[in-house]
Design a binder for this molecule. Structure first.
Ligand SMILES: Nc1ncnc2c1ncn2[C@@H]1O[C@H](COP(=O)(O)OP(=O)(O)O)[C@@H](O)[C@H]1O
Ligand SMILES: [Mg+2]
Length: 332
């Protein structure tokens, strides 16, 4: 761990995909920091590069067609982009775990959940068969699966979506990771179960001091859990702040647009406003500011110059913003 409390720091990360259509700049200069023991929420519409960023961190970009073409990923003092595949496998098995939106794709349907957890437990903790089974039951208990002694012998399809996600979390926790990457972990679940899963992650986090990178398109989820927030748009971070600062005073027109499209944050009686237009294709970003084609403040300068991510003067420490019109944005 670095002395300044940072667990993970991305600097100018760029990951591109290559096809006949050309070069897709899926991740194109991402900077964000995750502090030890904290949760960093990464938010943005679908297609903004949130998942590709996470997969770049853990070295799982399919290559070809993808390639990490630039930047640095600092994790506990090492730049992960410089490690060998073998070293990355060690990190993935022991220090960084990841859970995904749809547990059914990660669980093997032909094995019982017990078999799958026991396998990861044996791998990570070097236990014998009987001990590993006991440990697996404890893990199921840890993620609040009722009656774990019986459930351990069930198959994935016998469990509800929420229970399957709990199994995935148990497997991810079996190596006692420093970092849990959760990519839309509750998107496929109904609202009540969503809340339970988020609570479970928070609970595990407080017991173990692990950090969580929580990826979601839902600012409501961020509100419940994040210490810091990175807002991504078109392959970049456009705003980064503590959750407190971001919710009190969002400054990027895109962030403000995301808030306006949420029922929980609109003023009473105010109509919900979806952001007009769609996320541009990673093959063809607009010149200058990539949000300008959808932005109410867009000017000629926005078409000419790409705004850099720089500190916001009149906000909390560490609040950064990529917009040419930070003052005007306040009036939106
Ligand atoms: N395997 C792939 N091959 C080609 N393009 C990809 C691949 N995976 C992702 N992309 C592209 O990268 C961009 C960002 O995708 P992604 O990170 O999945 O977005 P998000 O997670 O924010 O919804 C999208 O334009 C997507 O089409
Ligand atoms: Mg995604």
């Amino acid at each position: 761990m670095s002395a300044d409390g940072k667990l993970l720091e991305l600097q100018g990360l760029r990951t591109y995909f290559y096809s006949e259509e050309g070069e897709a700049r899926a991740v194109d200069g991402v900077d964000y920091t995750l502090m030890k023991g904290e949760t960093l929420g990464v938010v943005g519409e679908s297609g903004c590069g949130k998942s590709v960023t996470a997969l770049s961190v853990i070295g799982l970009i399919p290559s070809p067609p993808g390639k990490v073409v630039g930047g640095k990923v600092w994790f506990k003092g090492r730049n992960l982009l410089e490690l060998s595949e073998k070293e990355m496998q060690e990190i993935r098995g022991n220090e960084i775990s990841m859970i995904f939106q749809e547990p059914m794709t990660a669980l093997n349907p032909v094995y019982t959940i017990g078999n799958q957890i026991i396998e990861t437990v044996r791998l990570h903790q070097g236990l014998g068969k009987e001990e590993a089974r006991q440990r697996a039951i404890e893990m199921l208990d840890l993620v609040h699966i009722p009656n774990p002694e019986a459930r351990i012998d069930e198959y994935p399809h016998q469990l509800s979506g929420g229970m399957r996600q709990r199994v995935m979390i148990a497997m991810a926790m079996s190596c006692d990771p420093d970092l849990l990457i959760a990519d839309e972990p509750t998107t496929a679940l109904d609202v009540t179960v969503q809340a339970q899963i988020l609570e479970l992650i928070g609970d595990l986090q407080s017991r173990t001091d692990m950090s969580v990178l929580l990826i979601t398109h839902d600012l409501g989820v961020i509100a419940e859990t994040a210490n810091h927030v990175a807002v991504m748009y078109a392959g970049k971070v456009v705003e980064y702040a503590t959750a407190v600062d971001l919710f009190a005073k969002p400054r990027h027109p895109y962030t403000i647009g995301l808030f306006r499209s949420l029922p929980d944050f609109a003023a009473p009686g105010e109509r919900l406003q979806a952001i007009p237009g769609i996320v541009p294709s990673a093959f063809r970003f607009p010149s200058g500011c990539r949000f300008r084609t959808r932005c109410p403040l867009a000017s000629e300068q926005c078409a000419r110059e790409e705004p850099p991510l720089v500190p916001v003067e009149d906000s909390g420490e560490g609040h950064t913003l990529a917009c040419h019109f930070p003052e005007e944005a306040l009036g939106l």
